[in-house]
Ligand binder design. Structure first.
Ligand SMILES: [Zn+2]
Length: 202
């Protein structure tokens, strides 16, 4: 049996995160940060309502912050798995996480110095050290090749335009094909060729 839980990008566009569980394999597809209104941003501080320590892989559709910016937060919740994406996606994600961690550290330091946070001490959302820990778990995946993730589950990353490295991901699990679109690129883009089209999904 396959169970899918929508942990973000539901009733809002940011915070993309989908938990997929099949046989004894737990996956996360994307791991984005919520952005925008305060009520949304506060969701970033809640632990995920799933057992993070049993997640074996996080599959990234692409490198944007609203699809990757929550990754270092998994560590405090017991994550021991690997992060899969295309090589350009992982390169972009590394830049974004290091930059984001630096901003979080600077904001916490400023809040503590100027005493305007209601939290004492104010803590960074995550640290540069935590970002580096997550980056050390990156494993790049070629396009258009089925990857065996174990427990009769396979995944394939397909070209999606949008930004360098961006993909949609097809997952074969429990006899069905599940398709995670990620962000789909536009036709006639100046820099990127048109997105591929999925052939089939359940
Ligand atoms: Zn995007």
């Amino acid at each position: 049996m396959v169970t899918i839980t929508f942990l973000g990008a539901a009733q809002t566009v940011t915070g993309s995160k989908y938990h997929l569980s099949c046989n004894d394999l737990d996956l996360l597809i994307d791991c984005g940060m919520f952005q925008g209104l305060k009520a949304l941003r506060e969701l970033n501080w809640e632990p995920l309502p799933v057992d993070v320590s049993s997640i074996k892989y996080v599959l990234l559709t692409h490198g944007h912050l609203d699809h990757t910016g929550y990754l270092p937060r998994l560590l405090k919740q017991g994550f021991k798995g690997k992060i899969l994406g295309t090589a350009p996606t992982l390169a972009i994600t590394a830049i974004i996480l290091r930059d984001s961690a630096k901003i979080h550290e600077e904001e916490a330091e400023k809040a503590n110095k100027e005493g305007y946070s209601k939290h004492h001490p104010a803590l960074p959302f995550y640290t540069i050290h935590e970002a580096e820990d997550i980056i050390s778990r990156f494993n790049s995946i070629p396009l258009d090749e089925w990857q065996n993730l174990g427990s009769d589950v396979e995944a394939k990353f397909s070209y999606n335009g949008h930004i360098l490295g961006a993909t949609f991901i097809t997952i074969k699990a429990g006899g069905k094909d599940f398709l995670f679109s990620g962000d789909i690129g536009r036709p006639d883009d100046l820099l990127l060729r048109n997105p591929e089209k999925p052939r089939w999904a359940d």
